[in-house]
Design a protein around this ligand. Structure first.
Ligand code: SAJ
Length: 430
């Protein structure tokens, strides 16, 4: 039975480890966070993803998946560690990739295969990971196989997409590439595309997310134009997309998550030529301000008002608030008060204020002051729907009207539908 070590048990590593275990590989999951290891030993699944609890539990109960706080020998090492991004410097942190390589090196044997799945700037496998692994005294390509095989799964649908999506495998040479193909073809039902160049595989993964981000920027610009012409941008995009070679994405409050807002910067990491791609990022980042402008067109200045932001997850029906457009809108709402010349109160403080409430039925985050929907919207002068959770499509206008002091909604994800046209609400759709 082939052995696999999975390094990093997060959104990608944990389902990947469970997948291989459920396909009868002997898998050890390793994480530097001891709390994760102890939790999994007790059967606690720390990643919030539909179906994952049962999937990981099955793998653990079969005995094929075990967890460990130590790295050991295995025929395959799969690295799925985070590559956090500094929003100020636009630089990624590759320390966790390096650390994983350093942990593997003492246990590496001739004939083993090391696979990097983490999203990284082009060149990382060869320039950052390979030298660290070669401290073992073994050479990549000849003594051990080294590969980049980017994950491409959509949060919210990870287990299905792990199996069904196509994969790209880029080896540092042909032998490496083939070693990884043999492993992944045991469960991947999509096509497995190969390149004997790890940097190309890294580049391709980033191109996929960059394409999506830039496409959404086009949709966002179209939404602004459509508003000036007084037409419905989503209807226009849907009609335009009937053309067989057109696929404009959907506008919204900006682009969140840990992939699309970050990967374009990864793509440009070692180059000077990010132009349109950087501008697309600015357009998407500017949507929070645009949403508030549209709100102020309806209600006047937001200063001294109560505004409810509904939906803090970065997208619908998931509980992940990373790079959340909803949170960005909430922060920008706060800064709006600072832009207005403030009457100084008797105690010398600034008397401009705004009450921004946050609510999300999927996000569990103790650091955020999240309220139940009813409290968030109570006496609010407007609500902004920032995420397309199913719960918001099902909102009852009469109930909501009874809670709020003023019937204004900015629907950045077009979840409310035409039935709201005949209610007391003014709905501004982005
Ligand atoms: N969004 C829009 N308009 C759209 C589509 C999405 O504004 O038409 C927004 C979403 O609301 C969200 C953000 O974009 O805020 C990102 O959502 P997403 O569903 O496009 O992507 P992610 O970040 O959840 O997952 C992406 C996927 N990449 C592609 O589809 C090319 C996924 O397959 C990757 O595995 C993942 O990035 C990753 O890990 O790189």
């Amino acid at each position: 039975m082939s052995t696999i070590y999975v390094h990093g048990l997060g959104y990608i590593g944990l389902p990947t480890a469970a997948m291989f275990a459920n396909y009868d590989y002997q898998v050890t999951g390793y994480d530097t966070d001891k709390a994760v290891i102890e939790g999994l030993r007790d059967g606690n699944i720390h990643v919030d993803e539909p179906g994952l609890r049962a999937f990981v539990t099955r793998a653990l109960e079969s005995g094929n998946l075990t967890v460990s706080d130590e790295v050991g020998e295995a025929k395959y090492h799969i690295i799925a560690v985070p590559t956090p991004f500094d929003d100020e410097t636009k630089e990624p942190t590759l320390e966790y990739v390096k650390d994983a390589g350093e942990a593997i090196a003492p246990h590496l044997r001739p004939g083993d295969t090391v696979i990097l799945e983490s999203t990284v700037p082009p060149g990382t496998t060869v320039e950052t990971l390979q030298p660290v692994l070669e401290e073992s005294g073994l050479d990549a390509g000849s003594d051990f196989a080294l590969v980049h095989c980017p994950e491409t799964v959509l949060p919210g649908n990870i287990i299905t997409e792990l199996k069904q999506n196509d994969r790209i495998i880029g080896g540092v040479n042909g032998v490496s590439m083939e070693a990884a193909v043999r492993l992944y073809e045991s469960f991947v039902e999509g096509e497995i595309y190969t390149t004997a160049d790890a940097t190309t595989a890294e580049f391709v993964k980033l191109v996929q997310n960059t394409y999506r981000d830039s496409n959404i920027a086009i949709a966002n610009e179209i939404a602004k134009l459509a508003d000036e012409y007084g037409i419905d941008s989503r209807e226009a995009i849907s009609l335009a997309n009937n053309h067989p070679r057109v696929n404009v994405h959907q506008p919204g409050p900006g682009v969140g998550g840990h992939c699309l807002p970050v990967d374009p910067w990864f793509l440009g990491q070692n180059a000077d030529n990010l132009d349109l791609i950087a501008h697309a990022r600015e357009i998407n980042d500017g949507m929070a301000d645009y949403v508030i402008d549209r709100l102020e067109d309806e209600v006047g200045t937001v200063v001294d008002k109560k505004i409810a932001v509904l939906g803090i997850a970065y997208k619908g029906n998931v509980g992940d608030p990373r790079n959340s457009p909803g949170l960005k809108i909430a922060r920008q709402l706060q800064t709006r008060t600072e832009r207005i010349e403030s009457p100084v109160s008797a105690d010398g403080g600034i008397s401009n204020s705004i009450e921004v409430t946050l609510s999300d039925p999927h996000v569990e985050d103790q650091t955020l002051d999240l309220l139940p929907l009813e409290e968030a919207v109570e006496e609010a002068e407007a609500a902004i729907i920032a995420t397309d959770h199913d719960e918001y499509s099902d909102l009852d206008p009469q109930w909501l009207s009874d809670q709020m002091s003023n019937d204004v909604i900015v629907d950045t994800k077009a979840v409310l539908g035409t039935s709201w046209d005949s209610t007391t609400f003014t709905v501004v759709t982005i």
